[in-house]
Design a protein around this ligand. Structure first.
Ligand SMILES: Nc1ncnc2c1ncn2[C@@H]1O[C@H](COP(=O)(O)OP(=O)(O)OP(=O)(O)O)[C@@H](O)[C@H]1O
Ligand SMILES: [Mg+2]
Length: 298
């Protein structure tokens, strides 16, 4: 393999102020440097094996969408270009080679804003049992990979530890108020729609995705700040339009390949997670790269 994975990125001697499953956050006052490592997580566990170059691809994909989508504004990205970063981190960000985003520090709304345009994953599982996805009743006879009558907003809690749990829209209203819940839903659906249309021009179907938003200073629902990574293969499922046949298992893209490999093992999905074999790593790198190239036109 030509490149060693970056597992624990360091930036200019700064202390990591938060270590997510994939990203490290470095505190710069009003701003944060968000550095995407090459770590990969599945079933909420970080795997011991890295995916070389993944962090760079994720950062570059997010950067593309932030610039491309009108509906992404306002968002947190200041720059992903090392040359435009403050001197204190410029050299460090250069060395991390495209993995760093300088962002506006935000107070994150503690819910994950998931949008589903197609039936897959946990939505498909629930549909088979209840003909519903969260509280949304659906027509009978839908197959795995079928488009939903319209994209659905299916938020979850954002658990500090353990698994995120689905929350109904009424539950979200109770937690953040009607106006904020309406705004989270409307923004999420608008970004999903604009991104789906663009993805299709590149031969990709956006199946589902997750957004995170930050509150604006005065908590104005009209000014929710789109945060985190956006529309990457870590936060989304993409299908290739040319390969997509509802009812048939879709070619596992990106993380799905890793999930499928892991679910074939005798592993109980609690840490420590097993290593990935070299073929799975290679194939995963190739798929992240291909999605990156398709989306950004690189
Ligand atoms: N602009 C921002 N201001 C503050 N925090 C942010 C901002 N953008 C993203 N974040 C946070 O940075 C972290 C990104 O790291 P990563 O995606 O690796 O975390 P994670 O393992 O998914 O953790 P979490 O469950 O907390 O999201 C997330 O906690 C996300 O909420
Ligand atoms: Mg995350």
């Amino acid at each position: 393999m030509s490149e060693a994975p970056v597992i624990n990125p360091e930036l200019a001697g700064l202390k990591t102020s938060r270590r997510g499953k994939v990203r490290h956050l470095f505190d710069l006052g009003d701003q944060l440097a968000l550095v995407a490592s090459d770590r990969i997580s599945a079933y909420d566990c970080v795997l011991p094996t890295g995916i070389p170059g993944k962090g760079r691809l994720l950062t570059q994909i997010s950067k593309f969408w932030f610039a491309k989508l009108e509906s992404a504004k306002p968002h947190h990205l200041i720059t992903a270009d090392a040359a435009e970063m403050p001197e204190s981190i410029r050299e460090g960000a250069k060395a991390l080679d495209g993995r760093t985003m300088l962002v506006k520090k935000s107070e994150i709304v503690p819910f994950e804003c998931i949008v589903r345009g197609y039936l897959a994953g946990s939505g498909w599982k629930q549909y088979q049992k209840e003909q519903k996805v969260q509280e949304h009743s659906l027509p009978p006879g839908l197959r795995l990979g079928d488009p939903l009558p319209e994209p659905l907003f299916t938020p979850t809690t954002k658990a500090d530890e353990g698994h995120d749990e689905p929350i109904s829209f009424a539950g979200l209203v109770e937690a953040v108020g009607q106006d904020m819940a309406d705004a989270l839903k409307a923004r999420s659906l608008a970004i999903f729609k604009e991104a789906s249309e663009w993805a299709l021009t590149r031969g990709l179907i956006l199946c589902d995705t997750k957004f995170e938003f930050g509150y604006s200073e005065n908590r104005d629902p009209a000014k929710l700040v789109l945060c985190d990574e956006v529309l990457t293969p870590d936060s989304s499922r993409f299908f290739k339009a040319s390969e997509h046949k509802p009812g048939e298992a879709v070619k596992p893209w990106d993380k799905q390949l890793v999930r499928d490999y892991l679910s074939g093992l005798d592993w109980d999905k609690t840490p420590p997670a097993p290593e990935l074999p070299e073929e799975i790593v290679k194939e995963t790198v190739n798929r992240y790269q291909e999605i990156h190239d398709l989306i950004t036109g690189a």
